[in-house]
Each structure stands twice: as C-alpha cells, then as structure tokens.
Design a protein around this ligand. Structure first.
Ligand code: CS2
Ligand code: MG
Length: 406
C-alpha cells in the first residue's frame, strides 16, 4: 500500500483550521488536524514544502516509522510548528489504519476503559453575576465540570477569556487582526478570585467540578500561596499557574499546596514535561494531539504519566478542529489514566457541515463514534467556502507597561 498524494486546506468557520488529507493507492484516505492557533500557515507550509514530498510512495501503515523519519530526519527537532505538522500526518495515518482494520481507533489502542468521557465547559463573565449566569447555563445543559474565568474589578474588561459585556454564555476568545492588548495585575486578581470560587460553591454546591485557568500569569510563590488559599473550594484543577516553560516553578507550588495542578497545553513534546512527570509535580497533563506530534507521540506521554498517577486533561480549545478532538476522544476512551477533556469545538452547524461525524456530546459527556478510524469526515466542498484570515493572540502588559504572559 502506498501514499499517492496529500493535500493541505486552511480555513474554517471563524477559524483557520489546517486540515491534511492523505490519499492511498487502495482508495482509502485519512484526515489530520495541524492547526497551530495564530500561526496556522506555517504548519501548512511545513507540510506542503517539506513533509508531503517525502510522504509520496511511503506505506501509510508504517505510521511509527514515518513519525521517526520526520522527527529524526529533521535534525532540528521539536517546536510547535514541526510537531503540529507531524501530528497532522500522524492523525491521518491512524485514520487510514482504522479504516483498513474496519475498527474505531480506540479499539486499536486497547479498547474502551469507560463508556463516555467527562467534559468541561467554559463558563465566563466580565462580572461575577455574568459568570454565575454562565455557570447556570452549562449546569442546565448537564455539564458536571465547568471552568471559571471572571473579570477582576479594577482591571479593564475582557482580560484573559472573561468577555466584554453582552451574552457571555457562549463566549469564545476572539483573536484580533493585530494583537489586542490586555492589562494584568496579579495582586487584584489574587485578592478577588477566591471570592469568585466562594460564590460559585455557595450557589452550585459541593459536587460540581470546578476548574480555573491562571494562564501562566503568576510567580511561583504567588501561585503557591493562591493554591493554598483556594484549597477549601476543592477545585478539580488549577491550570497553568506559572509560565509553563519553567518546570522548576512547580516544585515550590507543590511543596505548599495540594490543589491539583494541570499544565501542558503549550508543550509540544515529552521533553517539555518528562521531568515534571517523573517528579510528580502535576496532576493532569494537558498536551494535545495537535501540536504534540499526534497520537504516536502523545500516547508516549500518556503512558509515562500513567505510571506516575498523573491523569490526562487534553487541551480542547476551539482552535482544535473536530479531527483532533476525535483523535483525543479515542485516546480518552482508552487511556487508563483519563481525567477530563476540555470541550468547546463541535456543535455549530457550520463546523458540523465541514466535519460531519456521529461523535456525540450529551449531558457534558463525550460518546466516541464506532465508525472506523477517527470517525470524522472532511467535506471539501464546504471547505471551499473558507480561506485564511490572519489572527493574533492578545498580548498582556502590567499596569506600568511591562510585557507579561498571555
Ligand atoms: C486556554 C486556551 O483552553 C485553554 O485552556 O488556555 O484557550 C489558550 O488560550 C488558547 O488555546 C491559545 O491559543
Ligand atoms: Mg489553558
């Protein structure tokens, strides 16, 4: 069996999804997602200019060897762009493998460890009242786990994922045509945020699983003190308390608090998290199949995490297309150390038309499809409606102008 051609598409409803489609001489094809939010065309070019020419003629069934060929063969290893490109190909090759076998991917990983996977939704509000409405909205939809982001009095509206005015129930971060600027003040945030958890617990009780994303904004000592202070609200996790590239920061946090720590959405390889996993400095690993090298590489991270009692909490921001969400759904169905899945992406009619599938979300749970392979289609006719639209992440400054971490 041979790969005969591969194509890359960039675009989608409000998103620059990077979708790769790999064709074979057996008539079977596979699709993969290589969307690297706000740098999408770079992954597309990496695929078109460097990877696809080598792929032609390869046997698509040898997904491990093809992964190693690209990873070892590049000499300059890793980095989100390259890893997202290898990931896109890897997903497509696993899709092909599943279709050859006539089995959903979770069966090839080892079968189902659970009937459905717990999801968490994003509740958000520029004010506490708006946030409480947003939480109520997701509770009504049956979500059992909800991430809380709330505007902080004294800081301009719209700071990290908290929305500005209007209906924030369906808020999704908008990315500007040039970088928007946010202002941040850790002291104001640290004083206010515990009162938000208190209000949510008072209204929604002890059972709802609550998550919170600090988005890399604190110093290690601040994060340690914050974690200690919010222990009584029994959070499911505190995410990215400090800049994720500082692996040592977690040591200080860990020494002072038992609040569960989730980290890893910006990691692109096992080398970014191997030490923290082995030192057991985190509770949830948040890599994604998109920019951490696909199923082949992420499975290695999941296995390492499993022997250290660390659970998964794969990244599922809206920049992931339904293709990588599907790949993660198959891993979630199998992984003995599954924790939770972030969920926002599927569900709009435009997105469903572009990526038809029968994966099902009900009552805050994800039921993986039994269709062979990834169980997602890609409608090329629909894809013609969309084109690349350059977007940037916001940048963040402190009140005195100092650059900070988005
Ligand atoms: C966030 C992301 O989902 C999350 O937890 O941290 O929304 C993140 O801001 C984006 O993925 C950046 O592209
Ligand atoms: Mg995050």
């Amino acid at each position: 069996m041979k790969i005969t051609s591969a194509e890359v598409f960039v675009g989608g409803p409000g998103k620059n999804y990077v979708t790769v489609k790999i064709m074979t001489d057996a008539g079977i094809y596979g699709i993969g997602d290589g969307t690297l939010n706000t740098r999408e065309t770079l992954t597309a070019e990496y695929l078109r200019e460097y990877l696809i020419p080598c792929l032609i003629g390869m046997d698509p069934r040898n997904s491990e060897d093809i992964w190693q060929y690209f990873y070892r063969g590049a000499y300059f290893r890793r980095g989100p762009i390259a890893m997202a490109a290898y990931g896109a190909i890897d997903l497509a090759l696993w899709d092909i493998k599943g279709k050859i076998a006539g089995l959903p991917l979770y069966q090839l990983f080892g079968g189902k460890s659970r009937d459905s996977a717990l999801l968490y939704a994003h509740a958000t509000g520029p004010t506490l009242d708006a946030l409480l409405d947003s939480v109520a909205h997701y509770v009504d939809q049956g979500y059992k786990a909800i991430r809380l982001q709330c505007g902080v009095p004294g800081m301009p509206e719209g700071g990290y994922a908290t929305g500005k005015g209007g209906d924030t129930k369906h808020f999704i971060t908008e990315y500007g045509m040039l970088p928007d600027q946010e202002i941040w003040d850790s002291d104001k945030y640290l004083r206010y945020m515990p009162t938000v958890f208190e209000a949510v617990r008072n209204r929604f009780g002890p059972e709802l699983k609550l998550l919170h994303d600090v988005h890399h904004r604190l110093h290690p000592r601040e994060a340690a003190a914050f974690g200690k202070e919010i222990e009584k609200y029994n959070l499911f996790w505190m995410e990215d308390p400090t800049p994720a590239d500082d692996q040592y920061a977690l040591r200080l946090i860990r020494q002072h608090t038992t609040v569960p720590i989730a980290i890893g959405e910006v990691f692109n390889s096992i080398w970014d998290c191997k030490d923290m996993i082995e030192e057991e400095l985190l509770d949830f690993i948040r890599v994604s199949v998109t920019y951490a090298g696909g199923i082949t590489h992420v499975r290695r991270i999941v296995e390492l995490a499993a022997i250290h009692n660390i659970r998964t909490g794969f990244h599922g921001a809206p920049s992931h297309s339904p293709i990588s969400m599907a790949a993660q759904a198959h891993l979630n169905a199998w992984a003995p150390n599954f924790g939770i899945q972030e969920y926002l992406v599927l569900g709009t009619p435009e997105c469903d038309a572009l990526f038809p599938s029968d994966h099902l979300v009900e009552d805050g749970l994800f039921y993986v499809s039994d269709a062979p392979g990834l169980g997602v289609e890609f409608d090329e006719k629909e894809a013609k409606k969309y084109s690349f639209d350059r977007r940037y992440h916001p940048i963040v400054r402190l009140e005195d102008g100092t650059m900070w971490n988005y």
